[in-house]
Write a protein that binds this ligand. Structure first.
Ligand SMILES: C[S@@+](CC[C@H](N)C(=O)[O-])C[C@H]1O[C@@H](n2cnc3c(N)ncnc32)[C@H](O)[C@@H]1O
Length: 278
């Protein structure tokens, strides 16, 4: 340990991801973990970049298409040193007046954001498995209004959560009709068992949290009680594009699936209720 809550003996999920994205904020244990994964699945860095682009693209779609002006990015990671536009940058490029709040539960991410104070200058401590820590965070109260539609970004975070369905059920309970949740998740479907087992083992042995590969059907089931926005539905992140204008190449060694979901009945509710709130 090099400081309170900062454990440099274990790989941080955020720093391993930063390594994949060609950032600079990783240490040797993060590099070892990332390299163990990349040896098994050389497409991981490119898939991570496509996942990052998906999050921004889907957030922009939700904000522009549904005029939702509040975005909550949970599990934001380290975004400041990347040669890619963050969710916040993407959202503000289409709606400069939108509110974007970022949360993470990793001390490393929080310390990094505090030190830099640019881009996502503010990352709040919040855990996706404890939604009160996000929506009742003292610094969020007054900035976001859960009685009105929100966009919630869950990009590459639910695969670190054992009970991802409980997170989606919790969001269903507390978000207003018309809200959008953006989800991406690694899948074991159409990836060799040897690769999935090896990547799982790398995180088990070296990282602060295990990784849970889920099948395509298990990921689709996370949308139970929600409407999956179709087209494009649940697809590889680099194929997620409602108007079909974005289509990156598919990868042989790893797959990350993406979808956006809305609460059922939102269209009827919006028609019935001026403003679209619950
Ligand atoms: C792979 S990174 C994804 C970063 C970013 N969302 C993206 O897709 O570009 C996963 C992030 O989720 C965070 N995370 C993992 N479990 C979490 C939890 N229970 N609550 C909040 N954040 C979590 C990690 O600290 C890390 O920053």
């Amino acid at each position: 340990m090099t400081g309170p809550g900062l454990d440099y003996d274990k790989a941080s999920l955020a720093r391993v991801y930063n390594y994949y994205l060609r950032g600079k904020d990783w240490s040797s244990v993060d590099e070892e973990t990332a390299q163990a994964v990349i040896r098994l699945a050389p497409d991981v860095p490119e898939a991570a970049r496509e996942n990052f682009r998906f999050a921004g693209r889907a957030a922009v779609w939700a904000v522009a298409e549904h005029q939702i002006r509040q975005v909550v990015d949970i599990g934001v990671g380290i975004v400041n040193d990347l040669p890619l536009p963050s969710v916040e940058n993407c959202v503000l490029s289409v709606d400069p007046g939108a509110t974007v709040l970022a949360f993470d539960n990793d001390e490393v991410v929080l310390a990094h954001a505090r030190a830099l104070r640019r881009g996502y200058g503010r990352v709040l401590r919040g855990d996706v498995t404890d939604l009160d820590s996000v929506f009742k965070h003292p610094d969020a109260v007054g900035l976001i209004d859960t009685a009105k539609p929100l966009v919630v970004i869950l990009a590459a975070v639910l695969h670190f959560v054992p009970d991802a369905a409980a997170v989606m059920a919790g969001l269903r309970e507390r978000l207003a009709l018309g809200s959008v949740v953006v989800v991406s998740h690694v899948t074991s479907t159409q990836t060799s068992g040897r690769r999935v087992a090896g990547m799982t083992k790398a995180y088990d042995e070296k990282a602060i949290s295990p990784i849970y590969f889920r099948t395509e059907e298990e990921i689709r089931a996370l949308a139970d009680g929600w409407d999956i926005v179709t087209p494009p539905g649940l697809v590889d992140v680099q194929r997620w594009s409602p108007d079909g204008t974005y289509a990156g190449p598919l990868y042989d060694t790893v797959r990350v699936l993406g979808m956006t979901v809305m609460l059922p009945g939102h269209l009827q509710e919006q028609a019935d209720t001026p403003g679209g709130g619950r």
